[in-house]
Design a protein around this ligand. Structure first.
Ligand SMILES: O=C(O)CCC(=O)C(=O)O
Ligand SMILES: [Fe+2]
Length: 269
């Protein structure tokens, strides 16, 4: 990912400059999302932002009216229905290489996970504007974009339980390593690196940093997986699985999907 650091950093800077300016400044209310509660909410806080692009299922209405939801800064507490897609196109194309490499690595590491994510993505492709732009390498249900955000220790409880998050960072900064408290491991994540972690299981946080640190996080929520009654934990376990495992899993998945359809118990996502 040699050229990606500047490509991504430039695209994120441009995007922030053009489209986040006012919303960024407006973020004054205390955050509702514990992940982004900053320990140093003083100087420079107006430069921090978290922005989501995600396929979001409307559980209350039980509809598939998924849309692009975005929050310029979760500290404002507002999740807004996004209309920013036209503005987002340039940034999404700049992230293409990251999405491609994440897909490739995950396909080698655990093909079953790619199958599972891919199925979920394609079943909802017509509702998912990001999918429509990114085509085959978009296997995620959402992206979190972070500008200079400190991130306290957390697990991403909505992510697929035994699934994966893909992340890369950009900008010029020192510090800002990813720390995994349960394992006592510090990952010196640098621009150009790709990180895949089990975000729902492993606590992670970002250590203090100086400079400009941008993060791009691709995730898939558990609620968007197709076969929710599958014992995903047995499938996405810690082993690196072979294609043979994958084929066995596909037939299991089909059986479960069929059982769900015929019992009529599947209430959507
Ligand atoms: O900024 C990072 O490096 C991590 C972000 C993260 O963990 C999250 O958004 O859930
Ligand atoms: Fe996280």
């Amino acid at each position: 990912m040699e050229d990606s650091p500047t490509v991504i950093a430039d695209a994120m800077s441009a995007y922030a400059e053009l489209h986040l300016g006012d919303e960024r400044q407006a973020a004054a209310a205390p955050g509702k999302d514990a992940r982004y509660v900053s320990s140093d909410d003083g100087a420079g806080s107006s430069e921090r932002a978290t922005h989501y692009w995600a396929y979001w299922h409307n559980k209350v209405a039980r509809s598939e009216a998924a849309t692009l939801y975005a929050s310029a800064d979760l500290r404002s507490g507002a999740m807004q229905s996004g209309t920013q897609l036209p503005h987002a196109t340039e940034l999404l194309y700049s992230l293409g290489f990251f999405l491609f490499v994440a897909w490739e690595f995950l396909a080698v590491l655990q093909p079953v996970a790619v199958d599972l994510y891919h199925d979920a993505a394609w079943s909802r492709a017509r509702f998912d504007p990001v999918q429509q732009l990114n085509s085959v390498h978009w296997i995620w249900s959402g992206l979190a974009l972070l500008w200079n955000q400190t991130v306290d220790a957390h697990r991403d409880g909505q992510d697929a339980k035994f699934g994966w998050l893909a992340e890369t960072v950009a900008g010029r900064f020192s510090g800002g390593e990813m720390f995994l408290p349960q394992l006592g491991i510090v990952i010196p994540l640098q621009p150009g690196d790709l990180l895949l972690i089990r975000s729902a299981l492993l606590e992670h946080c970002v250590l203090p940093f100086e400079g400009e640190r941008y993060a791009v996080v691709a995730f898939r929520h558990q609620s968007t997986l197709l076969c929710k009654r599958l014992k995903v934990e047995e499938l996405l376990d810690a082993r690196v699985q072979s294609r043979v495992d994958s084929e066995a899993w596909i037939s299991q998945r089909e059986r479960v999907a069929q059982a769900e359809r015929s019992s009529g118990r599947d209430e959507g996502m």
